[in-house]
Write a protein that binds this ligand. Structure first.
Ligand SMILES: [Fe+2]
Length: 293
């Protein structure tokens, strides 16, 4: 069993499981590979459902209605536990733009929202579309899709034995983190600009630098609001533990060329964060940087 002290969320585009189309076809009945130390590794029913949910994404064609995932009551209970932790944490630690955006999405506290419902709302607000993926995405594919206003989302939820911990991005991170921020027009625009910048990026070294900027802003960005430090990064906003720990981090002024060179470890709470002076300063600095990239 994981404890509160262990990382509550390790996610980054680079941490998303990658496989090839051939692998997906070859192992149609077992397309999700879990590590032996994954909380759901010994749960045959959970693994079967992970495969079933991955299969929904594999069969999905852009433009289709997103098929609903068959969550169990245990999994809805996981959502309830997370939601009870996140509600107060958002009131304390989330930036005002996020708190406005999450109201627009009207999540229920008692069940996992389906991607189909979240997609309809996000699309109406910012034009961004959510599309299900089994997790089989190369970082470049994931990032380039942002240029077309498409956010590729995993649909499964973490194992019920560890409601406040997930070793990989799950539907909670995708919708509470990314889904909500994409319902904020400025953050949606920044995601789109990231995708366009990646499309103009050829070398893997430059892609690496841009991925780090994505990590320190879209995933783990902090900013000042009326003298307090608040979160606008999705990795912070989808984890009550990460939001608490944010205040223990070394907060550096938002310097994107520096962030592009800053190493990080996605499996621990982040010891270094880049903190903008305000939401407006973050938006303008990041927007200019991406347009000039
Ligand atoms: Fe993420």
């Amino acid at each position: 069993m994981k404890t509160e002290q262990q990382p509550l969320l390790s996610d980054h585009v680079d941490a998303r499981p990658v496989t090839t189309t051939d692998d997906a076809v070859a192992g149609r009945n077992d397309i999700v590979q879990l590590d032996p130390d994954h909380p759901g590794f010994r749960d045959a029913e959970y693994r079967a459902r992970r495969n079933q949910i991955a299969q929904l994404a594999t069969n999905y064609q852009p433009g289709d209605v997103i098929p609903d995932a068959p969550y169990t009551q245990d999994e809805h209970n996981v959502w309830q536990t997370i939601w009870r932790a996140l509600g107060p944490a958002h009131q304390k630690h989330a930036c005002a733009e996020y708190r406005e955006a999450i109201k627009r999405l009207e999540f229920a506290g008692d069940r996992i929202p389906q991607l189909r419902e979240v997609n309809a709302k996000v699309k109406a607000i910012s034009g961004f579309r959510l599309e299900p993926v089994a997790g089989l995405v190369q970082p470049r594919v994931f990032l380039e899709n942002l240029a077309d206003g498409v956010f590729l989302c995993t649909q499964y939820i973490r194992h019920y034995s560890t409601p406040l911990y997930t070793p990989e991005p799950d539907v909670v991170h995708e919708i509470v983190g990314h889904g909500v921020t994409l319902a904020c027009p400025q953050l949606a625009e920044l995601n789109r600009l990231f995708g366009e910048a990646v499309k103009r990026t050829e070398s893997s070294e430059a892609l690496e630098r841009l991925s780090r900027v994505y990590w320190f802003t879209i995933e783990f960005g902090a900013l000042r609001e009326n003298g307090s430090v608040k979160a606008y990064g999705t990795g912070l906003l989808s984890s009550a533990g990460e939001m608490e720990e944010m205040h223990e981090a070394e907060l550096r002024p938002l310097d994107l060329p520096e962030a592009a060179l800053q190493q990080y470890d996605p499996t621990h709470f982040q010891p270094v964060l880049f903190c903008a002076d305000s939401f407006k300063a973050m938006y303008e600095t990041l927007r200019d940087y991406l347009l000039r990239w």
